[in-house]
Ligand binder design. Structure first.
Ligand SMILES: [Zn+2]
Length: 471
């Protein structure tokens, strides 16, 4: 796909986002309120040989940046459906959407590419992406110097697409070592250095959670580490992503009718891999280590058992009350390692608890942690449009971790999302600035959305990249 900064031209198919009440005189079209109101599908109109794909931005007073994203993504999908090969996208005026011109271009490119996404790798009938060139145009803003914003939009979209591809990959096509191979290939030939720890190396590093959780599967676990020093003088940030390529629950087997979405239990890993792609692609002057503990949880003769006690290298012992609360066990390994590696700030992201989805639904991720990291992520989420909500920890809930024979138990009664976060804090050094994102609710679109069919959202890749760059 080639993006060019140019002008509106009659005769070229044009994606036109419109507000309710916006005049369309400049295009020779009659203004109709319903153009602006349509949010689920575009409306087509023709004038003087130009085909317009009108996409709604809603009421100007209720505008938020995701309305622009969704409108342009819908437009992109419509252009493919129509078999177009070249289109113009008329961007809204920066002043009308309260963004900088650069951000309008960034969001425009990013959402266009995200809208074209589809996961059809295992479909015989693949829809061809016919559009090869997109001209970005504006009526009033000068776009001539916005090449960097185009590049940024392309990198962010690609980070999201990588994350979605990984999440959508079926578990028979993506095992822990396969995820490690993907990361090795993804960053080959870049400034990023990949290291994959397996087998005895896991024992040597005392990754007790990862070894326990992965024990039941014939596909062994791994710890994936990627370091990227765009600027080694910057604060060292670690990004930790939960990488369960499939979570059966283990011996505490899941019993739902269809647990095929548990292939997405590596959504946190997908997010940090996508984020790292964005940072590397933009040559961002940051200092980042990515850690992905990856495993497949299976019930088996070798599987770890409820009642097992894990002894972590920080001295904490954990009573496994339920093998399905495995995410926190492998995240604990990576959090402890991040401190050893010298990370001053560490953010983990994980499809962790159904309780988080009960609390916040499918559009908002739960966010816990220290003020500095939390406020930075809240700030980034405003432009990026991946919503987060700061959640509490409460000292009084520490009693819920009580075990008669270990320091902590890995499962508690309600509130499960809060205690999951509080469990993780036991493995974060006091000197570290930490945040935790629970994306169990936001990991999946259950129906067709502006950004594509049902499947993984890639939530967190763009958010984390933006936050790291802002550090
Ligand atoms: Zn689980």
């Amino acid at each position: 796909m080639q993006f060019t900064l140019g002008q509106f031209e009659q005769g070229r198919t044009t994606i036109l986002p419109v507000f309710v009440g916006q005049s369309l005189d400049a295009f020779g079209l009659k203004s109709k309120d319903y153009y602006g109101k349509k949010k689920d599908h575009p409306v087509f109109a023709d004038h003087a040989g130009t085909r317009f794909i009108l996409v709604g931005l809603g009421e100007p007073s209720k505008f938020k940046v995701n309305k622009l994203r969704e409108a342009l993504a819908l437009g992109a999908r419509a252009a493919v459906k129509e078999g177009e090969t070249a289109v113009t996208v008329v961007l809204p005026l920066a002043a009308d959407v309260q963004l900088s011109v650069a951000d309008v271009v960034f969001v425009g490119v990013e959402s266009y590419l995200m809208g074209e996404y589809r996961y059809d790798r295992y479909k015989s009938n693949k829809e061809e992406l016919t559009v090869k060139s997109v001209v970005l145009a504006s009526f009033g803003d000068d776009l001539t110097d916005q090449a960097d914003a185009v590049k940024k939009g392309e990198a962010y979209a690609q980070g999201n697409i990588i994350a979605r591809d990984l999440m959508n990959a079926p578990s028979n096509k993506l095992k822990p070592f396969g995820l490690a191979d993907f990361v090795t290939q993804q960053f080959a030939g870049t400034k990023a250095q990949v290291e994959v720890l397996k087998g005895d190396d896991l024992e040597a590093h005392r990754f007790v959670g990862l070894q326990a959780v992965g024990k039941g599967s014939v596909h062994p676990p791994a710890m994936i580490k990627v370091t990227y020093q765009g600027d080694a003088s910057k604060q060292h940030v670690a990004l930790v992503g939960k990488g369960m390529t499939f979570d059966t629950g283990g011996i505490s087997l899941k019993i739902a009718r269809d647990i095929s979405d548990m292939r997405m239990d590596m959504g946190g890993a997908a997010a940090v891999i996508g984020a790292l792609h964005i940072l590397v692609a933009l040559d961002a002057p940051v200092n980042v280590t990515m850690l992905v503990p990856t495993a497949e949880s299976m019930p088996d003769g070798n599987a770890f058992l409820p009642g097992d006690v894990l002894e972590y290298p920080n001295g904490k012992t954990v009573h496994v009350g339920n093998t399905d609360a495995e995410g926190r066990l492998i995240l604990a390994d990576a959090l402890l390692w991040s401190k050893e590696l010298g990370a001053e700030t560490v953010v983990d992201i994980a499809t962790l608890t159904g309780a988080c989805m009960m609390a916040l639904g499918k559009k908002i991720a739960g966010l816990w942690g220290d003020d500095a990291a939390v406020s930075g992520l809240v700030e980034s989420s405003k432009l990026i449009g991946e919503y987060v909500w700061p959640m509490p920890e409460l000292e009084e809930y520490q009693d819920l971790f009580y075990s008669p024979f270990a320091d902590l138990r890995n499962i508690t009664e309600t509130p499960g999302a809060i205690t999951a976060a509080m469990f993780l804090r036991h493995f974060v050094a006091e000197t570290q600035n930490w945040a935790h994102l629970d994306i169990a609710g936001t990991m999946m679109y259950n129906k067709v959305s502006a950004y594509g069919n049902e499947g993984g959202t890639g939530f967190g890749a763009r958010l984390l990249a933006d936050w790291v760059i802002g550090q």
